[in-house]
Design a binder for this molecule. Structure first.
Ligand code: 13P
Length: 262
């Protein structure tokens, strides 16, 4: 992220399968006074679905702490025991949803088609999707970075263009190299800049230069207080999607607050 960007910085926390309702409330209680409301950026949390209500209750009038759901079903509704639809998430009061996280792709077999359907369901329900893309180490070593990012993005763009009546105008994407997630390995600013540039050029081909420039692209993968400043200076990096370091309110407050000095 650099000061020349027209895009609004976005700092997002993906809590994955951590924090039930009580620890969610305790987090918000500690975090809220540490991070003072900044109108120039968006701070967003993806708690587990079972803790969404606890988050919404605990934030009270701190509606600048925005909330999203980590995953929704590909269907609008139906007999899908244990699953949650995008419409239900919207009814619960959240405004955002993740689609395409590599853990969903790997552990739950979410393929490109499923990711596209989920993104459509989020849009139909009026939620803002954050679409995650990223390559494995094997794909990177095999020189397939561009091919993988292009495939993952185009699958969704094809589907959204062809199937959804809603326009995905307000695009938010997250580049999350699988080899950097939870490993302590971080992409260098130049790795991130390269991948973000590739993503933006695929978008430009498909939606035009203005649409590509307007898209917000986050970096995710072992972001922590120690590397946030450096990562945010990388060209085309508009914010971050943080796993492990977002579980600690003090760390995430540093990421949202101190890391944003520009
Ligand atoms: P870590 O920050 O724990 O590497 O996780 C990144 C991530 O997957 C965010 O969605």
């Amino acid at each position: 992220m650099n000061s020349a960007t027209p895009r609004r910085p976005l700092l997002a926390a993906n809590w994955k399968m951590y924090k039930g309702p009580q620890s969610t409330a305790a987090f918000v209680e500690r975090f809220a006074p540490l991070y003072s409301r900044h109108p120039d950026r968006t701070v967003l949390f993806f708690p587990p679905a079972i803790s969404l209500q606890a988050f919404l209750d605990a934030r009270g009038d701190r509606t600048d702490l925005e909330v999203g759901i980590q995953d929704v079903h590909t269907a609008r509704e139906g007999a899908h025991t244990g699953a949650i639809s995008a419409a239900m998430a919207a009814e619960a009061g959240v405004a955002w949803g993740l689609a395409g996280h590599s853990e969903r792709r790997r552990e739950f077999n979410d393929d490109d088609r499923a990711v596209s359907l989920k993104l459509c369901r989020l849009l139909e329900a009026g939620l803002r999707p954050v679409l995650c893309v990223g390559e494995t180490l094997e794909e990177r070593r095999g020189g397939r970075l561009e091919a993988v990012l292009t495939r993952q993005l185009e699958a969704v763009l094809d589907h959204v263009d062809e199937g959804a009546s809603v326009e995905w105008a307000d695009r938010v994407l997250a580049y999350e190299p699988v080899w950097a997630i939870g490993t302590g390995e971080t992409a260098t600013p130049s790795d991130a800049a390269e991948a973000h540039g590739l993503i933006r050029s695929v978008l430009a081909r498909r939606v035009g230069a203005a649409g590509a420039l307007a898209a917000t692209i986050l970096y995710g993968g072992s972001v922590k207080p120690e590397n946030i400043r450096e990562l945010l200076t990388a060209d085309g990096v508009d914010g971050v999607l943080v796993g492990g370091a977002s579980l600690d309110p003090d760390s995430f407050a540093v990421i949202c607050e101190g890391g944003m000095d520009r």
